[in-house]
Design a protein around this ligand. Structure first.
Ligand SMILES: Cc1cc2nc3c(=O)[nH]c(=O)nc-3n(C[C@H](O)[C@H](O)[C@H](O)COP(=O)(O)OP(=O)(O)OC[C@H]3O[C@@H](n4cnc5c(N)ncnc54)[C@H](O)[C@@H]3O)c2cc1C
Length: 352
């Protein structure tokens, strides 16, 4: 069984034919910018039924004749017409195409740029509580309020510089998933600090935990470069950020180019968020949720074209407050120049 709790946009799971693998769906999501401003996002969010999803994947595998070999891959070899994988149980598997799904820490893929990823860190609990203040029909997506730190000057000061938010999935009035999250860091926020902020927040919200059913430390690498292209392995999942359904060898310029440019834009977004303090983050999300829903939904689902991303960027700037415009002008200009340079370089290399 997979250990982590997963939440997803319900329409994304539906489009993958996985809607029946959600065990709870909230029709809306709420975003608390601060104590005065709350936004409601009219998009259903679901909690993944881990057992159901795994069974569904396994039954698809079984009905399509997939064979499993339970072993660790130690080495991959590539020859002119065939590749092979050496496993720690002594087996050697031959293949015409190897797909590397071994996650972010892959030993097999090559990258031609430094892997300067950001990190999302979170502490979370699935808990039985005496009561909680959350609406049961809304997923509590991002809560940037910091009033719970009024009596904690040290935590408040550090939260102003490296802010964290609460993400909560209320299942019923006594059962809730709670997660204190640093959206993206480099270097990473201390885990103890994260836990202390969560304790202060729960106390302030009047949440008394009766029992912790599951708890997890979550560290997710975000952003970073794409794997080197061409290479003899196909990357999929967290090691690539680019999931293509066809065979990846060779990855041809005419379809790869439109996908790698948005990726530069997403990295630019991450680098900008890394520079923002709590006030900057609030200004950013305040403007972000004012743009046309088509764009912010698409941005969150990573399915906007490069043209749409630029339209979104202009719209975001247009709707931003003067302070947020100033943030963008001062904190993202270097990243913007880097993004444009990388895009130009990428276009030249791929179109050669
Ligand atoms: C606590 C937590 C909560 C998260 N919550 C969410 C969420 O709510 N929504 C969301 O979208 N994302 C979430 N994520 C992120 C998500 O888990 C990752 O993005 C995703 O798991 C990456 O998938 P992957 O298959 O590429 O890699 P992984 O899930 O890391 O899987 C890689 C697999 O390959 C195996 N492996 C590695 N090396 C070898 C080898 N040499 N030989 C054989 N097998 C090998 C590993 O054992 C592992 O099973 C969460 C992550 C964590 C840690």
């Amino acid at each position: 069984m997979w250990p982590n709790n997963y939440g997803v946009w319900a329409d994304e799971f539906e489009s993958l034919g996985l809607y029946d693998c959600l065990d709870k769906i909230w029709p809306m999501a709420s975003i608390f910018i601060d104590d005065e401003k709350t936004k409601y996002f009219d998009r259903a969010y679901g909690r993944v039924n881990r057992k159901g999803l795994k069974l569904k994947f396994l039954s698809h595998c079984a009905s399509n004749g997939v064979k499993f070999n339970k072993a660790k891959a130690l080495k991959v070899n590539h020859e002119e017409f065939e590749s092979s994988i050496v496993c720690d149980d002594g087996t050697m598997l031959k293949a015409s195409l190897i797909v590397d799904a071994s996650g972010y820490t892959t030993n097999f893929l090559e990258y031609d740029k430094p892997r300067n990823n950001g990190l999302q860190i979170a502490h979370d609990i699935l808990a039985e509580v005496d009561s909680h203040p959350f609406d049961l029909d809304k997923m509590h997506l991002m809560d940037w309020r910091d009033s719970h730190l009024s009596n904690e000057p040290d935590l408040r000061a550090s939260n102003s510089k490296l802010p964290t938010f609460l993400y909560a999935m209320p299942f019923d009035s006594n059962f809730v998933f709670l997660e204190e999250t640093a959206l993206v860091n480099r270097p990473i926020l201390s885990y103890t600090e994260l836990k202390n902020r969560m304790v202060a927040r729960l106390r302030h919200l009047g949440i008394q935990v009766r029992s912790v059913i599951e708890d997890e430390k979550c560290v997710i690498p975000m952003g970073g470069p794409l794997p080197k292209i061409p290479q003899s392995l196909m990357a999929i999942g967290g090691n690539s950020g680019l999931v293509h359904p066809a065979n990846g060898i060779p990855w041809l310029g005419h379809w790869r180019l439109p996908l790698s440019l948005p990726r530069e834009f997403y990295n630019f977004g991450m680098e900008t968020l890394l520079q923002l303090d709590l006030d900057g983050i609030r200004r950013f999300f305040d403007a972000f949720f004012k743009i046309d829903a088509y764009y912010y939904r698409g941005f969150m689902s990573s399915n906007l074209s490069i043209r749409e991303l630029f339209v979104m960027g202009i719209s975001l700037f247009w709707r931003a407050s003067n302070d947020a415009k100033m943030d963008m002008a001062t904190k993202s200009s270097t990243n913007m120049a880097r993004m444009m340079g990388n895009m130009a370089l990428e276009a030249i290399v791929r179109l050669k």
